[in-house]
Design a protein around this ligand. Structure first.
Ligand code: AMP
Length: 291
């Protein structure tokens, strides 16, 4: 594995690379990231995994400062699964000057769910992803369904900017008890960790209710809203602070208009805090094939 921090070396490496797949990460590499890299390997000759903690997408300075940075361990894991290039750009390389231009993300993505709680997050993510695309010019880039709203946004972004980069999505990798792997899980205390799969269990429960009722007369917006309320109460009563738990149409990224005809396209998305740690997760009612 080549560990590259300079743009010149990266360019030289990419000249002899054949097709390139990019897996952007912020490090603290776990099995979720590794599964995306393994997926990428099936589609391209050279896989680049970038590790860059993008300061501009953090809403709170403390969150940025405490974000787990474990680069030595990360490199071992990346090496173990034979990643071709680990790209570790510095802040100066990605932002040589103060960034003044940002990509504008349409409100129906940027103002709802994650967007309501994370300020200009989506615009900042779109901007850094496009910067990576300009530098690396990948044929393929792989993102995780774990961050569904982000993945949806990036798919649209690439389509509308004609990037010529195919976006593939990887399934969410979970711990033994269903908790979605996340770098932020390392912030959980042991008692919080013991309770942390409650979000996933709540999502599974909501999926079961949707599947049980989807063909019945009462499967309407009111039913879904009650289901969301029950999910929210369950989390709040279990010691969480629920920010949202919402059923939407995943193909259109909006509330369903007619749940009975759209039920196969539904996804439940949730974000909640357990102590100081904010976790997100989602569950598709019918899983789309890994793309
Ligand atoms: P991050 O380092 O958290 O910014 O994530 C980098 C990429 O890994 C993003 O595309 C995430 O959606 C993806 N990812 C994060 N957690 C998981 C997981 N548990 N399973 C699969 N992909 C994940």
């Amino acid at each position: 594995m080549k560990v590259v921090s300079s743009l010149n070396v990266l360019r030289t490496e990419l000249e002899k690379s054949g097709s390139v797949a990019l897996v952007p990460t912020m490090g603290n590499i776990h099995e979720g990231h590794l599964s995306l890299i393994k997926h990428a390997k099936k589609y391209a000759k050279t896989v680049v995994c970038s590790v860059f903690v993008n300061k501009l997408q953090f809403n709170e300075r403390a969150d940025f400062l405490t974000y787990p940075r474990t680069i030595e361990n990360d490199l071992k894991k990346l090496e173990m699964i034979k990643t071709d290039i680990a790209f570790l750009p510095s802040g100066e390389l990605m932002y040589p000057n103060e960034q003044e231009f940002f990509i504008e993300v349409p409100d129906y993505i940027s103002e709802c769910l994650e967007g309501q709680f994370r300020g200009p997050f989506f615009s900042r993510v779109a901007t850094i992803v496009m910067k990576f695309f300009f530098l690396i010019k990948p044929d393929i880039a792989v993102f995780g369904k774990k961050d569904f709203q982000q993945a949806f946004m990036i798919k649209k972004l690439c389509l509308q900017f004609s990037t010529q980069c195919t976006i593939l999505l990887g399934e969410t990798i979970r711990d033994f008890d269903g908790l979605a792997l996340s770098s932020r899980n390392s912030h959980l205390s042991s008692s919080e960790r013991a309770n942390a799969n409650q979000m996933y269990r709540t999502l599974v429960n909501m999926k079961e209710e949707i599947l049980k009722n989807s063909e019945l007369e009462h499967f309407n917006l009111e039913f879904l809203s009650q289901l969301e309320g029950t999910g929210r109460d369950r989390l709040n009563n279990g010691g969480w602070e629920c920010e949202y738990i919402k059923v939407i149409n995943k193909d259109l990224f909006r509330e369903p208009i007619c749940p009975k005809t759209e039920w196969r396209q539904l996804i439940v998305l949730a974000a909640a805090k357990l102590g100081n740690t904010r976790l997100i997760d989602n569950i598709e009612i019918v899983k789309s094939n890994i793309q």
